[in-house]
Ligand binder design. Sequence first.
Ligand code: PGA
Length: 251
Amino acid sequence: MTQRRPLIAGNWKMNCLRADGLALASGLAAKASEKGTLGCDILVCPPATLLSDVVGVTKDSAVGVGGQDCHAAVSGAHTGDIAAPMLADIGAGYVLVGHSERRADHGESSTDIRRKAIAAHDADLVAVVCVGETEQERDLGATLSVVNGQVAVSVPDGATAKNTVIAYEPVWAIGTGRTASVAEVAEVHTAIRAELVKRFADGNEFRILYGGSVKPSNAAELLALEDVDGALVGGASLKLEDFWKIIETCA
Ligand code: PGA
């Protein structure tokens, strides 16, 4: 069995003004430092306005920092967007690409997401490529074909287990309190693993996170699954105690 170090990632989305965000990040850094040896890597993805400050308060800790999105281009006339080298420049190490809220709110396609992942790699960032089916797609029995299709197109050929993490997030489980069942998660993660192994020499080493209403009460059973190598946590990552309990599941 391949040993993959889990990654517990917090996606703050469009939440937190400065005081709350910095309190959350510094509280997390303090807990991580106090604990010493951790059973997982920790990542927080704050809104762009807080990235630089969060890098500042976490820099001597085990807490990594990532952006929530990047543009595919390195610079240019793209008002409101952020380029991957800009994230790297302020000390971020990761970036989420293809979150379902970006796919839905901004019409991002898997092709767009592949371009963003390539931009992330070119800037030496780890791309966290998000995939997941809608409720309608699940009801139609199309979950595996949708998710495998998204992985096939969104993950670039240059991906490696070092520069890419996959996050499976069923859209119907995000922010709804409804978590996919252990059997549903296992089925999709196994299918993603098979695709990665088919395509990449180190496909067995990629971390595949589950996301969608992960909380302290369900983290342990999800993280115990063979191909679940961590979690992408939205709502519960905004509460220090809850996020920490999820991290401690990996201890
Ligand atoms: P949630 O969000 O944990 O609030 O469901 C997860 C995500 O969208 O990354």
